[in-house]
Design a protein around this ligand. Structure first.
Ligand code: KG4
Ligand code: ZN
Length: 358
């Protein structure tokens, strides 16, 4: 079975072909340069870029893989959550292809696609505890199976990735700043008392990162010299000045606080669900080197395998959409051409149709 995956929920334009659970080919065009100067994604520009790029990427993908449109058995598209205008561009392509070639269509929850993405590289194990840390979401799920994924907790304000990006912005680092903070933090030593591990003094599995971001903002107000004079990616330095070392340490302290908070809430969730057989950590922030090590330690201490996508598979891509779409379809679920895009903030409905056996 050959599945075409389409990802346009934010600022990455992605297309991929997956055959029977294996990646065949993919194309990914990042719009980072378009949005970097604005310090965040400009929705209008993102939609236009998706519209401009998709025809070229589709042509390249098919030619590169030696595949023709009629070879595709299933069209899978990210249907939300995301930027509505951006989602609609990908969905327009998906519906057009499905209609023209009479191919089944399946809409994929972008967040579930992140959680299932490691299945492209290793066997998935269920039930699993799934931690989804991205630019827009910080969710803890109980993953009963690839198609039964139960939300246990979520952020009540900023997502972990949003906190990384906002702190990066305060330091005048380019958007999206998570990976720059990661890079700077890896050269520093965390002061574990500098910033709070937020929202742990309760019994729930929810997160709140806005207070941590404010704590960093207050600190930087008192230390404006840490802010970069020019907005540019940090250069790999051989010898660092005392000021640079202070910047590395501040980034390490912030990164540590995020990782320690994720560790604490995930551990709380694991204690409550003794039946889980694996820990999955996915989404863009799962590319963070310190968070990867922290979650590995947690999984080890519970004697659970850690299922972690390689860093390229953590951030938005279409391979994960194709893969999740194939799993849904194989489980008997698809959509009609009335499939709707769901913007961020609205719950994704379970509105699948049963795949007809005929
Ligand atoms: O999953 P993703 O690509 O897009 C969304 O669905 O949101 O996640 C993007 C987020 C951004 O906030 C970005 O700064 C963050 O992931 N990110 C990182 C790293 N790489 C990407 N955050 C921390 N460390 C990284 N290495
Ligand atoms: Zn994402």
């Amino acid at each position: 079975m050959l599945t075409l995956g389409i990802e346009t929920s934010c600022d990455e334009t992605g297309l991929a072909l997956v055959r029977d659970g294996e990646l065949v080919a993919e194309r990914l065009a990042s719009q980072e340069d378009v949005h970097a100067v604005f310090g965040g994604v400009v929705p209008e520009l993102a939609s236009r870029e998706h519209l401009r790029l998709l025809p070229y990427l589709l042509d390249e993908l098919f030619k590169g893989a030696g595949v023709n449109v009629p070879d595709v058995d299933l069209v899978a598209t990210a249907r939300g959550p995301g930027l509505l205008g951006s989602l609609l561009v990908g969905m327009g392509l998906a519906k057009g292809l499905a209609l023209a070639t009479n191919t089944p269509l399946v809409g994929v929850n972008h967040l579930w696609a992140h959680l299932l993405a490691p299945g492209l590289e290793q066997e998935l194990i269920f039930p699993a505890m799934g931690v989804l840390v991205s630019g827009g979401h910080t969710h803890i799920y109980l993953m009963h199976s690839a198609t039964e994924i139960e939300l246990l907790g979520q952020t009540i304000d900023d997502a972990a990735g949003e906190a990384f990006d906002k702190v990066a912005k305060l330091l005048n680092l380019p958007y999206p700043g998570g990976r720059h903070i990661d890079e700077l933090a890896s050269r520093g030593t965390p002061d574990k008392l500098l910033f709070p591990r937020p929202y742990l003094n309760n019994q729930n599995l929810d997160f709140s990162f806005s207070g941590l971001k404010t704590a960093v903002a207050v600190y930087l107000n008192d230390h404006p010299e840490l802010r970069q004079a020019r907005m540019e990616a940090p250069a790999p330095e051989q010898n660092s000045s005392a000021l640079q070392q202070e910047l590395f340490d501040v980034c390490a302290s912030f990164n540590w606080a995020v990782a320690a908070t994720l560790h604490a809430k995930t551990e709380r969730a694991l204690k409550r669900q003794e039946s889980v057989r694996a820990l999955v950590v996915a989404g863009g922030v799962a590319a963070n080197s310190h968070i990867r090590r922290t979650m590995q330690d947690l999984a080890d201490s519970y004697d659970l395998p850690l299922i972690l996508p390689s860093p390229e598979l953590c951030t938005d891509n279409a391979s994960m959409v194709a893969f999740a779409g194939e799993l849904l379809y194989r489980a008997g679920w698809c959509h009609g051409l009335d499939l709707e895009a769901v913007p961020r903030g609205r719950k994704i409905p379970w509105d699948y149709q049963q795949v007809s056996s005929g």
